[in-house]
Design a protein around this ligand. Structure first.
Ligand SMILES: [Zn+2]
Length: 207
């Protein structure tokens, strides 16, 4: 499968395409218009290991605007942050959670501007992983009545992937079955903890 646009390698000032290709981390590239123009093998491996295929490859087709491949509250944060790297030429680093049903995982993301700020390279590397039993997350059963909001949707946090209880909006439970496979009526939001975390990297000066 073709996994980069022809103009992509011309932008790689200081990066070697071969290095990106062989890197086990999940890496993707974006054009100046924030459309996908590169995906490395590590990216496809990650999607496969996380039962994301073939859905992820269908959603992340070369040329897709990255905003169309994201959903929920974090979409705006990422779009703004990516634009900011293009405008300032400054690398952006942050950590985010992407746990599997069994493992708590934190990833580090680095967003590098390419030549003349004509694109971005986004590198995602695993920095922390441990079994969820050692964490404070008690697994809950996927009982739809408990989690379906008045709107008819089940709200999942875009970052930690816990779901919001219908009767108590401040309680977000860990439902592994829904991390494995999201219900069709899932919508995305941010729980309070993750909201504060994202707000913090958007407005670091306010704390
Ligand atoms: Zn959360």
């Amino acid at each position: 499968m073709k996994h980069f646009h022809d103009d992509f390698s011309a932008l790689l000032n200081g990066f070697k395409l071969e290095t990106l290709e062989n890197d086990p981390n999940s890496i993707y590239g974006l054009s100046v218009g924030l459309a996908l123009n590169y995906l490395n093998a590590g990216w496809f491996d990650f999607a496969k290991e996380n039962q994301g295929e073939p859905a992820i490859s269908e959603r992340f087709v070369l040329g897709t605007y990255i905003g169309d491949a994201m959903s929920g509250s974090v979409r705006d944060y990422y779009l703004e942050a990516f634009q900011n790297v293009l405008q300032t030429g400054k690398v952006w680093h942050h950590d985010y959670e992407c746990s599997s049903p069994e493992k708590f995982r934190i990833y580090h993301q680095s967003v590098y501007p390419l030549y003349n700020r004509q694109g971005l390279i986004i590198v995602n590397s695993l920095v922390k992983e441990h079994p969820l039993e050692t964490d404070s997350r008690t697994p809950c059963q996927p009982i739809r009545n408990l989690y379906t909001q008045e709107t008819g949707f089940i709200t999942q946090c875009s970052n930690c992937r816990r779901v919001q209880l219908a009767t108590r909006q401040d309680v977000w439970d860990w439902v592994p079955a829904w991390v494995e496979q999201m219900p069709e009526n899932t919508s995305h939001g941010l729980c309070q903890i993750c909201f504060e975390y994202y707000y913090e990297f958007k407005y670091p000066q306010k704390k």
